[in-house]
Design a protein around this ligand. Structure first.
Ligand code: KG4
Ligand code: ZN
Length: 335
């Protein structure tokens, strides 16, 4: 079976084709970063319009590069949520329409399930069950992954998502959008010992996170400094150290609590090098997708859709998207 995947939940148009042996036959990614940069964040209406412009030409391009034609596609998977409603609708309408025209099944995929399963495409994949740390611009979740489709959220952020905290702190330091990677780059030159930021919610029991206080701490530290380039780098480093340490403490606790022996890091912040290397020190086998499959992409959507379509899952042809959607509402995939 060959599945075409369409990702359009936020500011990236991702297209991919995958087969039953998990071979990635073609892929393309278009990032809208430049379009939104001057506004300092994603403008939802502009995002939707750009997905409309880019999705179909990218599908044509991926088919061509893979030397395939429409008749070679046996199913279509598109991101049905969570995400920006207009952006999701573009992928859903296109995915459903193509599947209708091609007379193949289509399936709406949960974006976070895509992120969680992306590590299974790497050369050394995790075995189920595993602990998932999902860290993106919209979510910070610790997930007990019991089986494909069977998820228990055991920890989450009570306020800002970790990627959001990176982006807001970066914006405050005058870095350009998207701030996460820019802040991480700046932190490399920073002094880790100069400022000591709190490790929020680590000295009380539980697996939940809170990042909005860290952002405020960074703001106050910046306001009280001389605002030199060195101050900026030192604050970036102290912020990153605090986030990474907090993640380490909560992941260690979650592993102990669940007895799980494998940790899978997923989502855009999983591309952060300090987080990747620090979490590898945990007493668990740690799996992280290559950076391009940590951030949004079409491959993870094609793969999650493939698993469900192969298991015979069928959806009717209604076009339904869910801007908010809990991972726990998904149905287990029969294997
Ligand atoms: O998963 P993703 O691509 O999109 C969402 O589903 O949200 O994650 C995007 C988030 C953004 O907040 C971005 O700043 C952050 O991931 N990010 C990073 C890094 N690369 C991406 N944060 C810290 N360090 C990075 N290297
Ligand atoms: Zn994402």
């Amino acid at each position: 079976m060959r599945v075409l995947g369409i990702e359009s939940s936020c500011d990236e148009t991702g297209i991919a084709i995958i087969d039953s042996d998990s071979n990635i036959l073609g892929e393309a990614l278009y990032s809208q970063v430049e379009l939104h940069a001057k506004y300092g964040g994603v403008v939802p209406e502009l995002a939707s319009r750009d997905h409309i412009r880019k999705a179909l030409p990218l599908i044509r391009q991926v088919l061509e590069e893979a030397n395939l034609s429409a008749t070679d596609i046996d199913g279509v998977a598109y991101t049905a949520g969570p995400g920006l409603i207009g952006a999701l609708l573009v992928g859903a309408v296109l995915g459903r329409s193509l599947a209708w025209g091609w007379e193949v099944p289509a399936i709406g995929v949960h974006h976070m399930e895509g992120h969680l399963l992306a590590a299974m495409l790497e050369d050394n994949p995790p075995q189920l069950p595993f602990l998932g740390l999902l860290v993106s611009g919209g979510h910070t979740l610790l997930v007990d992954v019991k089986a494909v489709g069977k998820y228990k959220v055991i920890g989450e952020s009570l306020d800002d998502a970790v990627g959001e905290a990176f982006d807001k702190t970066a914006k405050m330091l005058g870095l350009s959008y998207p701030g996460g990677p820019a802040l991480a780059q700046l932190a490399v030159a920073g002094d880790p010992g100069r400022f000591k930021f709190p490790r929020p919610m680590t000295n009380r029991p539980g697996l939940d996170f809170s990042f909005s206080g860290l952002k405020t701490f960074a703001l106050n530290t910046w306001a009280g400094s001389n605002k030199t380039e060195k101050d900026k780098a030192d604050i970036a480093r102290a912020f990153e150290e605090a986030v990474v340490d907090t993640m380490l403490i909560k992941c260690r606790r979650a592993l102990q609590q669940t007895g799980l022996k494998q940790l899978v890091i997923a989502g855009g912040v999983g591309a952060n090098q300090r987080l990747r290397s620090r979490l590898k020190k945990l007493d668990a086998e740690v799996f992280v997708p290559q950076p391009k499959y940590c951030t949004d992409n079409g491959v993870m959507i094609a793969y999650a859709g493939l698993l469900r379509l192969e298991a015979g899952e069928k959806h009717d042809s209604s076009i339904i998207v869910r801007p908010r959607w809990s991972l726990e509402d998904l149905s287990p995939v029969s294997t």
